[in-house]
Design a protein around this ligand. Structure first.
Ligand code: GTP
Ligand code: MG
Length: 148
């Protein structure tokens, strides 16, 4: 089954929105298979955001992302990469519709609460980077109530 890497950023943790963000993925029917609380190092963040290293906002992004602990998660389910991005909303929270996490809870692009993988390929790379120990394997009883 498809998997994605979702991370509650330091502002989301500090603002007490961890449960809210988890709840939206749970409500949808996706399955949580990896979860941990950690203070990310610059090293892991530089790998995670390698494609943005030449951007003018990169130093600010590093300061933001190292400002406190994050919640790192792996969610599994049909179409979870794209659907996860829909649940999160647009990169710019002001362009995000109400009903999305960013649309409902934040304003600035540099304080946008959460991260979600942008492709299946990048999701697998990010899961390998953040969950070197691997994730759980569990067959849920509810699966036949969620999938046809
Ligand atoms: P992520 O899920 O965090 O990867 O966001 P994204 O895929 O919607 O956007 P992208 O990967 O392009 O950028 C990663 C993060 O860098 C964003 O979530 C923002 O926090 C930050 N960022 C992106 N563009 C800008 C920008 O123009 N200005 C600032 N200040 N931050 C930005
Ligand atoms: Mg991105």
């Amino acid at each position: 089954l498809e998997r994605t890497y979702i991370m509650v950023k330091p502002d989301g943790v500090e603002r007490g929105l961890v449960g809210e963000i988890i709840k939206r993925f749970e409500n949808k029917g996706f399955q949580l298979v990896g979860l941990k609380f950690l203070s990310p190092t610059r090293t892991i963040l530089e790998k995670h955001y390698a494609d943005l290293s030449s951007k003018p906002f990169f130093p600010g992004l590093m300061t933001y992302m190292t400002s406190g602990p994050v919640v790192a998660m792996v969610w599994s389910g049909k179409g979870v990469v794209k659907a996860g991005r829909v649940l999160l909303g647009e990169t710019n929270p002001l362009a995000s519709l109400p009903g999305t996490i960013r649309g409902d809870f934040c304003i600035d692009v540099g304080r946008n609460l959460c991260h979600g993988s942008d492709s299946v390929e990048n999701a697998e790379k990010e899961i390998a980077l953040w969950f070197t120990e691997g994730v759980v394997s569990h067959n849920r009883v509810v699966e036949r109530l969620i999938y046809e």
